[in-house]
Design a protein around this ligand. Structure first.
Ligand code: TZP
Length: 210
C-alpha cells in the first residue's frame, strides 16, 4: 500500500463532484497533490466503490495514496490505501482490528473531545473545519486559525501527523501552515478551480515554502 503523504491532500467526489473528477485528480497530482481522498456523501456504496476503483486506476503508478471517506468496507473492497473516519463511522480501533496495520486510518478532529482516540488506532488527523465551507454543509463550527493552533498543539504530542481542513485556499494557506500543522486538505480550492493543476501548483508552492 502507498503511504499517505499529508502535505497537500485533495478531496474529490467522483460521483457528484465538479468538473471531471478523474481529470481533476490527475491534473492535481501532476500539480503537486500528495494524497487523494474519495468522498461522495450522497453516493450509494456501489457508486463510491466504482468511483474509488476509477480513481485508483487513474493514479496507479503515481505514488499518491488513495483514501476513502467514511466507509471501511468500501476502502477494503476497492483496495484503497486508507480510510478516513469520523464520529459517525466505524470506531478507529475496530477499523484497525479489521484492517490491520497497513491501511492508513484518518480521523476527524473538530474539537478537544475528538483527541480522545486510542493510540495506534489512527495514522492521520484531519483538524477543522478551520474556515466556513460550502463543501460540507453539516460540518462542525469553524475553529478559526487560533482554534486550529490549539488543537494541533494538543495533538502533536501523540506523534500522529495532521492536515488542516475546511475553506483553505492559496490566500489563507500561509497563515494555516504558520500554526505548524504538517499538511493542508482542500477540496473546492482545487476541484472547483478553472484549472485544477494550476491551483494545486499554487498551493504546493505555499506548502513547500512553509
Ligand atoms: N470536513 C471538514 S471541512 C470539509 C470536510 C470534508 C470540506 C472541505 O472542503 P473545502 O472545499 O476545501 O472547504
Amino acid at each position: 500500500m502507498t503511504p499517505v503523504d499529508p502535505r497537500l491532500y485533495l478531496i474529490v467526489d467522483p460521483v457528484h463532484g465538479p468538473g471531471d473528477p478523474l481529470a481533476v485528480a490527475c491534473d492535481a497530482v501532476a500539480g503537486g497533490v500528495t494524497a487523494v481522498q474519495v468522498r461522495a456523501p450522497a453516493a450509494t456504496g456501489r457508486e463510491l466503490y466504482d468511483g474509488t476503483c476509477a480513481v485508483l486506476a487513474a493514479l496507479r503508478g503515481s505514488g499518491v495514496a488513495v483514501v476513502v471517506d467514511d466507509r471501511l468496507d468500501v476502502a477494503l473492497a476497492a483496495g484503497a490505501d486508507g480510510v478516513h473516519l469520523g464520529r459517525h463511522d466505524v470506531p478507529p480501533a475496530e477499523a484497525r482490528r479489521v484492517a490491520g496495520p497497513e491501511l492508513s486510518i484518518g480521523w476527524s478532529v473538530t474539537g478537544p473531545d475528538d483527541l480522545d482516540v486510542p493510540s495506534g488506532a489512527v495514522d492521520l488527523l484531519g483538524i477543522g473545519p478551520v474556515f466556513a465551507t460550502a463543501t460540507k454543509p453539516d460540518a462542525a463550527p469553524a475553529t478559526g486559525v487560533d482554534g486550529l493552533r490549539r488543537l494541533w498543539n494538543a495533538a502533536r504530542a501523540r506523534g500522529v501527523p495532521a492536515v488542516a481542513i475546511g475553506g483553505i485556499d492559496p490566500d489563507n494557506a500561509g497563515e494555516v501552515l504558520a500554526t505548524g500543522v504538517p499538511g493542508l486538505c482542500v477540496s473546492s480550492a482545487i476541484a472547483a478551480a478553472p484549472d485544477p493543476g494550476a491551483a494545486a501548483r499554487a498551493l504546493r508552492t505555499v506548502v513547500d515554502g512553509a
